[in-house]
Design a protein around this ligand. Structure first.
Ligand code: IPM
Ligand code: MG
Length: 355
């Protein structure tokens, strides 16, 4: 198959980690006889420097016309003082909205090789951590009106029933493919938008009688994720709650550097990115963990290109790399072999074979 991939390296460690994911994709192409064409897209701080705009329309267009988008990370201290509507992150938000990718899937799964890297007690980790956060990605407070007037700032949180319904359905369908448990997370004891969220989820639940739906307040969920993560199968929640809970969930699996994500809308053209940021403090030092991006590339093969064997091949190569005792600095522990970002990519390529 021939696939056209838009590649956004972005800022900070973005270029380093994306380069490793491309090495891995090239190995897949070679092993399975596919052709992956890459089109570079500028977004984030680097686009502000080049065009004075974090995502010029022409760059967004390249993404919309591609078969899928692979993204590293954007942002950095250099652009901290630019106005809100011009920040590097605004490019990312415009990309997500422009592609219409309302459904963000963030797995929290512990690799058995990394059980020791989890900050949780062994007795909790042993019960198993394997759940998915389905995060609404193009609505809510991220996309409401933002304004500052004098000494007062306002951010509007708005959700319509149809926005909740389409992400709710993804939650139910994701649970259907797994252990059939869906936890809807909101703040219905305080927010109107959350009460609407809860009502819509319960209305939908009638159409999914095989799925066990539960409700949880977001503050309680933050606590349950560290107290008893084994209780979760699929969590569905709104944009900002999903942002916060997915960072928390990633950390209990060992490192945020390991976690990929997929974002999809009405078509198969998806956006694939690790959930971590651009980590300017370690940029250019060849120490970043590229696995979150490499696993995001695997998700692209699985969800957008219908290449499950190729996706398995990448995930198995990562597993063999961990089995062999290699670790980047973020997950380094005693007795393991410390490697840099490039070496990590090279090793995963060397472990990748046609399944
Ligand atoms: C994420 C990030 C982004 C978000 C930032 C960079 C805008 O934290 O993907 O989780 O908040 O969505
Ligand atoms: Mg985040």
């Amino acid at each position: 198959m021939v696939k056209n991939i838009a590649v956004i390296r972005g800022d900070g460690i973005g270029p380093e980690i994306v380069n490793e994911a491309i090495k891995v994709l090239d190995k897949v192409a070679q092993a399975y006889g596919h052709t992956f064409n890459y089109t570079d897209v500028d977004m984030g701080g680097c686009a502000i420097d080049k065009y004075g705009d974090p995502l010029p329309v022409s760059e967004l267009q390249k993404c919309v016309e591609s078969d899928s988008v692979l993204l590293g990370a954007v942002g950095g201290n250099k652009w901290n003082d630019v106005p809100g509507h011009m920040r590097p992150e605004k490019g990312l938000l415009r990309l997500r909205a422009g592609m219409g990718v309302y459904s963000n899937n963030r797995p929290a799964k512990i690799w058995p090789q990394l059980a020791d890297a989890s900050p949780l007690k062994k007795s909790i980790v042993e019960q198993g951590i394997d759940f998915i956060i389905v995060r609404e990605l193009i609505g809510g407070i991220y996309f409401g009106e933002h304004k500052t007037e004098g000494d007062t700032a306002v951010d509007v949180l708005r959700y319509s029933e149809s926005e909740i319904e389409r992400i709710g359905r993804i939650g139910f369908e994701t649970a259907r493919k797994r252990n059939k448990k869906l936890c809807s997370v909101e703040k219905s004891n305080v927010l109107d938008s959350s009460r609407l969220w809860k009502n819509v989820m319960h209305r939908l639940s009638a159409e999914y009688p095989d799925i066990e739906l539960s409700d949880m307040l977001v503050d309680n969920c933050a606590m349950q994720i560290v107290k008893n993560p084994a209780q979760f199968d699929v969590v569905v929640t709104e944009n900002m709650f999903g942002d916060i809970l997915s960072d928390e969930a990633s950390m209990i699996t060992g490192s945020i550097g390991m976690i990929p994500s997929s974002s999809l809308g009405a078509t198969t053209c998806g956006l694939y990115e690790p959930i971590h940021g651009s980590a300017p403090d370690i940029a250019g030092k060849d120490v970043a963990n590229p696995i979150g991006t490499i696993l995001s590339a695997a998700m692209m093969l699985r969800f957008s290109f219908d290449m499950p064997n190729e996706a398995d091949a990448i995930e198995n190569a990562v597993s063999k790399y961990l089995d062999a005792g290699y670790r980047t600095a973020d997950i380094m522990c005693e007795g393991m072999t410390l490697v840099g970002c490039k070496q990590c990519g090279d090793l995963i390529v060397s472990f990748l074979t046609k399944e």
